[in-house]
Design a protein around this ligand. Sequence first.
Ligand SMILES: Nc1ncnc2c1ncn2[C@@H]1O[C@H](COP(=O)(O)OP(=O)(O)OP(=O)(O)O)[C@@H](O)[C@H]1O
Length: 594
Amino acid sequence: MSKPRRPERAPLYTERDRANLRWLWSRYLRQKLPWLLLVLLMILAQGVVYQQFLAMTEDGLRVIFDSGTVGDLVQVCGVVFFLFAVRGLMSYLVPRVTVWVSNDAIFQMRRDLIDHMMSLDLAYFERTKSGEIIQRLVTQTQLLGVFIGQAVANALRDAITVIIVSGYLIYKNPILFGTAVVVLPFIIWVMNFVSDRVKITQGQAETELADYMNGIEETVNGMRTVKIASQEDVEAKRLLKGTGHIRDLMNRVQITQALVMPSIDLSSAFVYVLVIGGGGYMVLSPDFDVDGAGIIMFLLGMVMVFDPARLLALFFGGLQANMVLLDRIRGLYDEVPTITDAADAVEEFDTRGDIAFDDVTFAYSADQPLFDGLNLTFKGGQVSAIVGSTGSGKTTILSLLSRLYNAQGGQITIGEQPIDGLRLKALRGAYSVVAQDIVIFNNSIWENIRYVKPEASEAEIWQAAENAEIAELIRRRGDASVGPKGAQLSGGQKQRIAIARAFLRDAPILLLDEATSALDQATEERIKSALDRLTRGKTTIVVAHRLSSIADADRIFVLEAGKLVESGKHAELLDENGLYAQLYKAQKQGYDGR
Ligand SMILES: Nc1ncnc2c1ncn2[C@@H]1O[C@H](COP(=O)(O)OP(=O)(O)OP(=O)(O)O)[C@@H](O)[C@H]1O
């Protein structure tokens, strides 16, 4: 995390900002147009109340100054009270509508963001910090909602008050008003200055916040490693450094925003002096048709303009921060999924057919090619094994099969049908997978197994649990949750949950990636015989380091740095005396020598 840089100038209201606002309006607000018009009407009524109040005050004062009747005065007071009661009612009704509109808009925005996120490629999640995603879905949308629901409505009310009251004041005394607006360029300059800095600093603060959240997630998830390596202090310092940066940036945003109030106060003081001085001169001079009541009304009007103008200025400062939030939120849509159903994708395919890699090219990143023309065929209904040194591409073959990534060249087929012509749901539905990195949710073991087939009957789940030798643990633990990411379970127990899932799903193709590596030998033997029953008649692809566990596979493929170097049955490969034979002998020596 580098120290936040000092702000540089950034253009305000760029084409992108305008596009973001159009997007917000057309997707989330336009549908609420009737309600927004109602809000506008109520806000207009609030502005008119102020104008009427000024007119009434002037009349009331005149009644007093010109010794009118007390009855007239009471009438004026009554009308003024009524006007403010109307304004009060509007002040209650406006937020009721706007808060509902904005919360609903944010709900829809979050729903769309979640849908879009779900559609993105796995690769996106592998390169994006989770803190960044959480921030978009939680805090940024929340802040934007508050801004739309409250700040925008208030700003609109303030703007309308300023326009109506100013209009009335211009109508009553254009010369005095003209004198008062000399401070306008100064206020505009201050606002530009503030907005400019807020925009840049808010952007930096959002990035730092995402880093901070990500740091928390990493530390919390990796607490076991942190503690064993005695790195608590280092981690605490890392997080503290992040919060320190956020504090500095937020200070910068808020201190800059704090410039707004005194500037407006100073300007208003200047204007009041001008109005009292200039207005007083007008009353005293015979050249002007202005009386004391008119000037008091004018002064009151200026107060009424300045108060909302002050809030409006603050609003424009906050607007830049919210433009940054809006841009970050919408930024998720810049990510487009590449792994999607083709227009003519089909549902039906021969799930028992051969699975073939034909001249497949693939690289996770352009500068590190992994497969360059890989050819191999996993026979339908048979057990195939992939072996090879670590990093040789075994897991990647399984990932390509389930289209977690798209091959960049060549073709992968099942039963001679290219997999990118199949519906993703149908393709992935054809696999039972026991992956290397097992995902366990903070729920009971029972629910964790059921996850892969929510419609399964109790008997089916018990059967799967029995087959995977996890039923006893379910009986013992009952409904108890297993902790975040299954933290309360051993590696072997997690693996047995994954195997139970495979049993429950009972799909026609089985992908087993180091499925029994965390089990003791006795358990592995028992589960293996159950797995043998499960694999019967199914196309099975096993990735294993422990070569003894795949010795009876129908065919073994040996990979080395993304290349297929050997293939055949166990005995044939031993006879060949190549890489497989070397690996096997080395492992055998290891076991025998123990
Ligand atoms: N998501 C990823 N992004 C970038 N590179 C990756 C990713 N996953 C794997 N790799 C790289 O691709 C290569 C092959 O990885 P893969 O996981 O397929 O190997 P493997 O043979 O299954 O290894 P192991 O036996 O250690 O599980 C490795 O060099 C690895 O660093």
